[in-house]
Design a protein around this ligand. Structure first.
Ligand SMILES: O=c1[nH]cnc2c1ncn2[C@@H]1O[C@H](CO)[C@@H](O)[C@H]1O
Length: 322
């Protein structure tokens, strides 16, 4: 049943510790109605992403939210995937080995679910994409009018004007399926890309974790169990006493875009060579002498600044006050 006045949101997710935080923030945000989760590989394989999505909905007491399983392979049908279990644990949720969920995904595939919902509520569905963009590229393949029917796509992906987190060139979600990312970025939909140039400014610190530990909220209690591994990974890999809030920041961008600023231009994705997965932004101010692969492609919004304290505060509020 639709909830009047609320933005309808589908979260495409590969849970994932920061995905768990993002899903909880979304479920506890009165501005939006989460109408479904779709799953994808990235932090874990897709089968485990589906299991974790169902599990997180059970933890939240929200088994009414449908889960549609997504692609197990890239757009080019590659089965050789890069899975970030070294960031999230082999179970994707901090190596806690929770009991399997009771729920089941719906029969429909993630791309079909995305197409169906965009047709049901034209212009009204926001897709928050937290993993590689395969499901969205497949939705566009299934229905070429999907970009016109979807409301907005808010993407956690890319490293704009900064180094990547997989290698100096590329960010993990884009690296996961560069061909899909190039299809999505150039599809003509209203797209807001949140790259790690933004999310590396939004850090949940040790002191925030202590506040979460003291909270009695069910989300906070649960997150205490899974956040330890994420903190130790960041200490080791980035030498920081805190964790980057990649996925929660992206959900906040869908809820309250005024906490970020953005610029507009054309984004293409490098699909070969040592820079495979690189996101290259054309600000479209230069009139190049020749046609380029960017020429005539639709512009997207790319976030350039973020009010980090406000985002962290909002994430904390939504996790602690339940
Ligand atoms: O070092 C890393 N390698 C691969 N994936 C990472 C790393 N750090 C974070 N993430 C995961 O990739 C997305 C953001 O790029 C987030 O989902 C984050 O959890």
């Amino acid at each position: 049943m639709g909830e009047a006045g609320k933005k309808k949101v589908i979260i495409d997710t590969d849970p994932g510790i920061d995905d768990a935080m993002a899903i909880f923030v979304a479920l506890n945000s009165p501005e939006i109605e989460v109408i479904g989760l779709t799953t994808i590989y990235g932090n874990v394989y897709t089968t485990l992403a589906t299991r974790n999505a169902l599990h997180l909905l059970e933890v939240a007491g929200r088994c009414d939210v449908p889960v549609a399983e997504g692609s197990h392979v890239t757009l080019m049908k590659t089965t050789k995937l890069r899975i970030a279990s070294f960031v999230h644990g082999t179970d994707g949720l901090g190596n806690q080995n929770f009991l399997p969920p009771n729920g089941q995904p719906i029969g429909q595939s993630a791309p079909s679910f995305l197409v169906e919902q965009a047709n049901l509520y034209p212009g009204e569905v926001t897709v928050v994409a937290l993993g590689p963009l395969t499901n969205l590229a497949l939705a566009i393949e299934e229905d070429p009018d999907f970009p016109k029917k979807v409301g907005q796509i808010v993407i956690l992906g890319g490293a704009f004007w900064v180094n990547g987190n997989v290698n100096p060139a590329t960010e993990a979600n884009i690296f996961g399926d560069p061909e899909a990312a190039d299809v999505v970025f150039t599809c003509g939909a209203d797209i807001l890309a949140i790259g790690i140039n933004i999310t590396h400014q939004v850090i949940l610190k040790d002191a925030d974790l202590e506040k979460i530990e003291k909270s009695n909220s069910k989300f906070a209690q649960y997150l205490c169990k899974i956040l330890g591994l994420y903190f130790s990974y960041h200490r080791e890999a980035y030498h920081i006493n805190g964790v980057y809030l990649h996925d929660p920041t992206t959900v906040i961008a869908a809820i309250n875009p005024s906490l970020l600023t953005y610029t507009e231009g054309v984004v293409r994705v490098q699909t070969s060579g040592i820079t495979r997965g690189l996101t290259v932004f054309d600000n479209t101010t230069k009139r190049y002498a020749e046609m380029t692969p960017w020429t005539g492609k639709p512009k997207i919004k790319v976030a350039v600044t973020v009010d980090s304290p406000a985002v962290v505060q909002l994430v904390m509020d939504r996790l602690i006050n339940t």
